[in-house]
Ligand binder design. Structure first.
Ligand SMILES: [Zn+2]
Length: 184
């Protein structure tokens, strides 16, 4: 990432990085090395934050396709074992009893009315995942319905993700600006 490179280009940070690698400073604390390189604790925090933020963003981006795949899988309906017949496909029809409680007919088995004898029923996919999928493809949001014929950039799913990335980028820029100022 260009901004990281720019960040690491700052002389104080370069000095700090070099000092970290030198055996001479091995017993020094990181904050002490930072101080000697002209970096304040705040600068150090920014550096740490910057590195982690970049790493975090990359993790999100790299993990995106896998999460999308899993979200789609979660959103899909699945077949589960019929809760009424436990998957056997038929249920017991109790024998008819007379006044004395004696069976006057045989116990019969009849086709399970819940699953029609198949032993399995459909279970709807996770509603939250469904919402996410529909939002991403632009069906759920009313604005998307209006924009459905426009370019893909108008889909709120894409736009909100881009907005988030942009705000993260801005945050990083602020961190850089703070760093460029001399610490009072
Ligand atoms: Zn059943």
């Amino acid at each position: 990432m260009g901004e990281v490179a720019q960040f690491l280009d700052q002389p104080k940070i370069q000095k700090f990085m070099r000092a970290l690698a030198r055996p001479k400073y091995q017993k020094w604390s990181i904050t002490r090395i930072a101080e000697r390189s002209g970096l304040s604790a705040m600068d150090l925090l920014s550096l740490w934050r910057q590195a982690n933020l970049s790493k975090t963003v990359m993790t999100f981006i790299e993990g995106g396709p896998k999460v999308a795949e899993e979200t789609v899988a979660d959103a899909m309906s699945t077949l589960i074992c019929c809760p009424r017949c436990d998957g056997f496909g038929d249920i017991k029809q109790p024998a008819e009893l007379n006044d004395k409680g004696e069976a006057v007919s045989e116990t019969l088995r009849k086709t399970c009315p819940t699953c029609n004898g198949t032993g399995s029923v459909r279970k709807a996919g996770d509603p939250e995942s469904r919402k996410v999928v529909f939002k991403a493809i632009g069906i759920l949001d009313s604005k998307a319905a209006v924009n459905i014929n426009n370019t893909v950039n108008n889909f709120p799913g894409v736009a909100s993700v881009l907005d988030e990335i942009e705000s993260m980028r801005k945050e990083r820029k602020t961190a850089l600006t703070l760093d460029a100022k001399p610490v009072p």
